[in-house]
Design a protein around this ligand. Structure first.
Ligand SMILES: *Cc1c(COP(=O)(O)O)cnc(C)c1O
Length: 417
């Protein structure tokens, strides 16, 4: 492996390293931290304490957060259950529905590019006798509605399809899926972690029955999330997975994380206020990055649908460069690669593989996750850096040289080794 470095001029106002991995987690908005602070100190009450003002104060703050979250997704406050994050929300939704509706049926439908919090939960249920259909995705990352329609049978109790993908930013046809599920009388859950606060989400208009979200992807704190559970048309029931005291309408026991919940509420209120302007700004930066890569490099490709995509996501393959060298070369920019470290080996991302990408192309892919605190100046620095590295690495690449010389790589008979 070759280590190549390149150091473009750092524009005024840009400090290194640059954070451009907002799908993994987002920095906290200072306004969120400010709202949380009193609940770490003077307002320390337990929201379940009914006998004194400390408890009432905490409870009131929790109820305000419930309202703020509900408002952002078109729900009512009573339909919001607090959890420790979206991994727990997804577990509670899928296992809780599977258990509650076991008499009605044992079939669950999901799709192959879901987050592991959904896929691993479904795998666990398979061990307990549930039947799970994993729908494929098309080359653009979207599911085929006809596949879904065909997969639903009289034993299907749950469809769980994510709203937006965390690697390629592709937004699934959620309203269409919701409509189909309601027609068929099947419960529809969506992991909406990447979509909430970024694009308009409305549980009524989209016929969503159960929805997972988390604070740390929307400029709130880590370790707190929520689950929306529909109360009417239809009323959805979920079997608790954690017992002990019957908090959260019996669905999730445990003392509430009051500062975290206040932060999640504030993050939702800010997102609601600023979503439209922020989305426009992120789209402009994302489009600018893409344009620079495409005009200054050859053999680059966008992964996933461009039309149905989150504002802040650009996932690109830089073909004929070695993925690890590329990542090492951009060490002062925090982005993610199309490789996942599993037990010390570098595996190509299962999401990119599901789109039909070969291992080499998947390894040469970078996810640029833009967020609230990124600037256009940062984008230009990142573009300079990536373009510089890709050009240098390709100078060292025999494959790239052969392609440039007009040799069709697919026709070559490689010597066995
Ligand atoms: C981050 C993420 C999760 C997990 O959320 P946590 O709150 O970190 O447990 C689940 N689904 C998607 C799509 C995510 O991006």
């Amino acid at each position: 492996m070759s280590t190549v470095t390149i150091n473009p001029v750092v524009p005024a106002g840009v400090t290194l390293p640059i954070y451009m991995d907002n799908h993994a987690t987002s920095p906290m908005d200072p306004r969120v931290l400010e709202a949380m602070m009193p609940f770490f100190s003077v307002k320390f009450g337990n929201a379940a304490s009914r006998n004194h003002s400390f408890g009432w104060e905490a409870e009131q703050a929790v109820e305000q957060a419930r309202e703020q979250i509900a408002r952002l997704i078109g729900a009512t406050a009573k339909e919001i259950i607090f959890t420790s994050g979206a991994t727990e929300s997804n577990n509670l939704a899928i296992k809780g529905i599977a258990e509650m509706y076991r008499e009605r049926g044992n079939h669950i439908i999901t799709q192959v590019t879901e987050h592991k919090a959904v896929l691993d939960t479904c795998k666990r249920l398979e061990k307990y006798g549930y039947r799970v259909t994993y729908l494929p995705v098309k080359a653009d990352g979207l599911i085929d509605m006809d596949d879904l329609r065909r997969a639903i049978d009289d034993k299907t109790v749950l469809v769980t399809i994510m709203s937006a993908n965390n690697e390629i930013g592709v937004v699934q046809p959620i309203a269409e899926i919701g409509k189909l599920c309601h027609e068929k009388g099947v419960i529809f859950h969506t992991d909406a972690v990447q979509a909430v606060g970024k694009i308009p989400m409305d549980v009524q208009a989209m016929n969503i029955d159960v929805l997972s979200l988390t604070a740390h992807k929307i400029y709130g704190p880590k370790g707190v999330g929520a689950l929306y559970v529909r109360r009417r048309n239809p009323r959805v029931q979920i079997a608790a997975q954690i017992d002990g005291g019957g908090h959260e309408r019996g669905m999730r026991s445990g003392t509430l994380n009051v500062p975290g919940i206040v932060g999640l509420g504030k993050a939702c209120a800010i997102a609601q206020e600023e979503m439209a302007t922020e989305a426009a700004r992120l789209c402009a930066m994302r489009d600018h990055l893409r344009k620079r890569f495409e005009s200054e490099l050859d053999y680059v490709e966008v992964n996933g649908s461009w039309e149905h995509r989150l504002p802040g996501n650009l996932n690109m393959s830089f073909i004929y460069v070695e993925g690890e060298s590329l990542l090492m070369g951009i060490n002062d920019v925090a982005v993610s690669s199309g490789s996942a470290c599993t037990s010390a080996t570098l595996e190509p991302s299962y999401v990119l593989k599901a789109l039909g990408l070969g291992d080499d192309v998947a390894h040469s892919s970078i996810r640029f996750g833009l967020g609230r605190f990124n600037t256009m100046a940062e984008c230009d620095y990142v573009a300079d850096k990536v373009i510089g590295i890709v050009k240098k690495l390709r100078e060292l690449s025999p494959l790239y040289e052969m392609v440039k010389d007009g040799i069709d790589l697919s026709k070559i008979e490689w010597a066995a080794h």
